[in-house]
Structure formats: C-alpha cells, structure tokens
Design a protein around this ligand. Structure first.
Ligand code: ADP
Length: 359
C-alpha cells in the first residue's frame, strides 16, 4: 500500500490497496504547476498537494465544496473531463477571493479522478488591476515632478537673492521627499497585488506585531505630543506575512496621528470574537465626512488633498491596508464622526492549528 504525505501538515492518506499509484500519473501531478487532489470511488480523497490546505476544499478526507463535488460526480458519470471557474472565499470574513480555474479528469482505470486547480483567472485579474494602476500613477507623479520643475526655474531666476534661493530649495526638498515616498508606496502596493501571503504564511502573535507597528510610530507621536495606548492581554495567532500585517497596522496608526490635533490620544485595542482577531485603532481627530467614507480606501483618494499634502500623504496608505486585509482573508472597516474622531478596525481569522515550529 502506498502512503501519500502532505509535507506541511504531516497528514498521510492511504490509497486503495489494489491500486499501484506509480502507474496512475501521480508523479506527473506532483511535477505540475497546479494544485491537485485525487479522489477514489466513493469520493474519498486519497491525495492532495501542499497548497490545497489554504483553499479549505477538503474536510475529513472528503471534498467539502459542493460545486467541485458536482464536477467530480459529472466526470464519474460521463468519463469526460470537465472544466469550470471557481470563486472561493479567502477566509470566513472579508470580500477577498481565490479565483480558480478547475479541471476534473479521470485518472487511470481504477475509478480515480484528478482535480487540477490553476490560478489563471487570478493572473487575468492582476493584469487589469495593473493597467488601471499605471494610469493613476502617471497622473499622481506628474504633480510633484511639475512642482520640482517650476521650483528649479524659480531658483535660477532668483540666483542673486540668497533668501529666495533657500526658500525654493527647501520646497524642492519637500517635493522630492514626497516623490520618494510616493514611489516607495507604489512599489509596496504593486508587490502586495502580486503576492499571496497565505501561500507561504507563518503563524505569529498579533499583539507582538501591534507593538512593532507602535514602535515605528513612536517618533511621529512624540513630535505631536500624542499618546499611543495599547493594553491587551489577548493572545491571538494569525496566519500570513508578518511584515505586511505590521505595515497595515502602522499605516492606520500614522493616519490616526496625522489627522488628529496635538496632545490627543490614539488607542489601539485587540480582541478575539468567534475565531476572529479584531484590531481597532481609535483617534480623537478630525473625522471623515459621511460622503467620503465609502471612497477613502480607493487608491489616491483623499478627503482634503491640501491637508494630505501637508502631512506628506500619498493617498495610497488605506488602499495598501485594504489589500493586506483582503489578502489575509480579513477585512477593514471604519467608523467616523466628523470633528469627533475615527476608529479603523482590521479583522483577521485566527490560525486554528498551532504547530510547534511556528510557536
Ligand atoms: P493619505 O496618504 O492621504 O493619508 P490614505 O489612503 O492613508 O492617504 O487615506 C485616505 C484619506 O482618508 C486621507 O487623505 C484622509 O482624508 C482620510 N483619512 C484616513 N485616515 C484618517 C483618520 N484617522 N482620520 C481622518 N481622516 C482620515
């Protein structure tokens, strides 16, 4: 009898004893650039590749997705390969999806059926996001580049007035700093759009990540005499990319500081309800007008572009936060009252299994 091991989870599956799997094309499945599942008669799962665990398709050695199960049954009845697209939620909450192309085909002559799962549709989706993004970026880059060009002309014209030269040079520095930040955020966002943090995700304590993110904002809080407050004894393990989660929390804390008056307080809270970790960042700042609330997570959207320029904002911070949340199978929401303050809440499914190596 052959045993198949899912390396990551150390789970073994046994194939029916009369099946010689070496002749059933399993080697081929392992070499393919697709995730795969093999089911035996009775729709019993006897093999699945490593990446399948992220998709929540299998439970108790059975295919638990009904669309997929219907395809398997159709193949068993007809003996003909079936193809379909499948949209799976990335987690129990949030609108993030895995968009998959699925092919189901008979495998060998022992009633085995192979399910092949490709990420083609994901690639098509990313292509269209990238095209939009490039159009927006060109527009956004033109503003600081235009400002630098005008300022350098002004410096040339004021060459015999040292005070004016210093003033224009200072403004040039501000614009070039802004340009650098914009380029960095564009790079961050385009990386996030390509990445799947759940694929090679690790488990870590989200409270530690909150502390990291707070440390990064210490200086900007001090300058504005803003108190950062976090006091939670909750221990929640989240699966994903630690530096991305830290970036999301950090962006929200920076915004809370930037859009608040001096000497106010930013409170961070962590709790776990129904297997969902909830991180909220509350400020006593200017708040967000109701008409803008729907749009603030869009790329380059700012409520008040002039204010955002003053704080060095790029309009990308919240779309980065939203991407990170959705890619982790979570979501982000906001509650705000103009003039009173805002609370941004990030939610992530907590990791149910705790493996020794990632503790
Ligand atoms: P920016 O770089 O301009 O801060 P973001 O994407 O981070 O861009 O935020 C988009 C807009 O949402 C901001 O320009 C600001 O108008 C609004 N905003 C974000 N966070 C807050 C907050 N905590 N309080 C008030 N307004 C906020």
């Amino acid at each position: 009898m052959w045993l198949f091991k899912d390396k990551e989870n150390e789970k073994s599956k046994s194939a029916p004893s009369d099946v010689d799997l070496s002749t059933q094309g399993f080697d081929l499945l392992q070499a393919m650039d697709a995730e795969s599942i093999v089911v035996a008669p009775g729709e019993f799962v006897i093999y699945y590749s490593n990446g399948i665990s992220n998709l929540n398709l299998i439970k108790d050695e059975r295919v638990q997705n009904s669309d997929l199960l219907n395809l398997v049954r159709a193949v068993r009845r007809s003996g003909v390969m079936q193809e379909a697209t499948l949209e799976l939620p990335r987690g129990p909450i949030g609108a993030g999806t895995h968009d998959l192309l699925v092919r189901v085909t008979p495998l060998g002559d022992h009633g085995l059926i192979a399910i092949l799962i490709f990420d083609d549709s994901e690639i098509r989706r990313l292509d269209s996001i990238r095209r939009d993004f490039v159009a927006n970026i060109s527009h956004e880059l033109k503003t600081p580049i235009g400002a630098l060009s005008i300022l350098s002309e002004a410096v040339l014209e004021a060459s015999d007035d040292p005070e004016a030269v210093i003033k224009f040079a200072n403004r040039m520095q501000t614009e070039s700093k802004r340009l650098t930040e914009l380029v960095q955020e564009i790079i961050d966002l385009s990386r996030l759009q390509d990445d799947d943090p759940l694929k090679d995700g690790k488990r870590f304590d989200i409270a530690e990540v909150i502390h990291d993110a707070m440390d990064q904002s210490k200086l900007s809080a001090q300058v504005r005499k803003i108190t950062l407050f976090f006091e939670s004894t909750v221990k929640a393990l989240v699966n994903g990319d630690r530096s991305q989660l830290s970036m999301a929390i950090h962006n929200l804390i920076e915004n809370a500081i930037n859009y608040s008056p001096d000497s106010t307080r930013v409170a961070i809270d962590l709790k776990v309800t129904n297997q969902i970790a909830e991180i909220s960042i509350s400020d006593q700042g200017i708040g967000i007008p109701e008409k803008d609330i729907e749009r603030i997570f869009e790329r380059f959207y700012r409520v008040d572009p002039a204010r955002s320029r003053l704080t060095g904002g790029t309009g990308l911070g919240l779309s980065i936060v939203k991407h990170i949340a959705l890619n982790h199978g979570g979501d982000v929401s906001v509650w705000s009252v103009e003039g009173a303050g805002s609370t941004f809440t990030l939610r992530f499914p907590i990791a149910t299994e705790i493996s020794e190596s990632s503790k």
